[in-house]
Write a protein that binds this ligand. Sequence first.
Ligand code: ATP
Ligand code: MG
Length: 374
Amino acid sequence: MKTSTALKKINLEISEFEERLFDHSIVEITDEEGVIIYANKNFCKISKYDADELIGTDHRILKSDEHSPEFFADMWDTIVGGKVWEGEIKNKAKDGSFYWVKTIIIPITDEKGIKNYVAIRNDITKEKEIQERLLRMEDELLKQNVTLLSEVEKKSGALLKSERLATIGTMASRIAHDLKNPLTIIHTYADMLTPEILAKLDPQDREKWFRLQTSVLDMNRIIEDVLDFARTTEIKKKKTSFLSVLRLAMNHVKPSYGIVINLPENDVSIKCDARKMEGVMSNLLNNAVHAVDGQGEVDVEFASDSKNLTIKIKDSGPGISEKDLDKIFEPMYTTKTTGTGLGLVICKSIVEQHGGTISVSNKPTTFTITLPLS
Ligand SMILES: Nc1ncnc2c1ncn2[C@@H]1O[C@H](COP(=O)(O)OP(=O)(O)OP(=O)(O)O)[C@@H](O)[C@H]1O
Ligand SMILES: [Mg+2]
């Protein structure tokens, strides 16, 4: 049926011009019950139904699950009340595909009341798709923004921490540096006591002198640690026997009765900064001896392949609690009364400067270092 004929049938006065406009829209006319009595070619095209399949049914044939029952109730309330309803509807075509239409439903009345409804629709599927894509993108951007914000927060936290550490480092190194001179004087004067003078001291005073000497050495080591932490000097790599590095490190290990330290029998030649590696080994060995505290063993093992040397330092001590495993490589973390908590930080920094890695595991407590051979 032509639009004009259908409109005439329902006594709608419409100009030729407006009829032309209808040709570009999706037009549907229903009776007062909502039963379709007219569907133009655009309606058939978009819904993929033939006109005779649409006529005689109601608009529920096209219903998608997009809208709530309240949405349709509101629409019906409006048009039954004689008012024009406008909105956007998602419909389902005959082949199951969906389309969006901007809809205006006009109730046509005569003296007896509502006679028909004329629905004029325009396809807005593309706009909706773009809108949905934009919403998805906005959603994605919001999510990325949240991730970025937490990333920035984390990074600025780390920066703040490293800035704070740098300040502590500068202050500590200044204090450590200033303490070095008076300490050297104490050390020198204590050293001036010759064996003859010492022999004249009674055992108690001699013990005091020994304690003075070891305290001076302890202080000196702490100062060196702080200075090492503050100044990350460049490493100077040289071909070195790692067993000799380990033996030199043993000189700085506090001997403890009842603790056996087993050194490896094999040697590995490696390019490294021997002085710094000596410091790494002595800190790890001292930590192990301190952990064993009494009767026990510390084993040092070397293993190598064509590229790396792996050093394992195992001890029979109680190990490190799970919650502290991550913390022990953080500056100032110590469980010792005389510790600086810088030992492992310095070890890690030196090992990483060499392009290596350091890690720890329990049962038995094992510190594993891998170092590239060259
Ligand atoms: N072999 C180990 N067994 C158990 N705990 C360990 C072991 N090695 C390190 N730790 C723990 O890690 C902490 C940090 O060690 P780190 O060497 O950094 O500092 P420190 O030994 O406490 O102080 P410093 O090295 O300055 O004397 C120690 O206080 C200790 O709690
Ligand atoms: Mg230590």
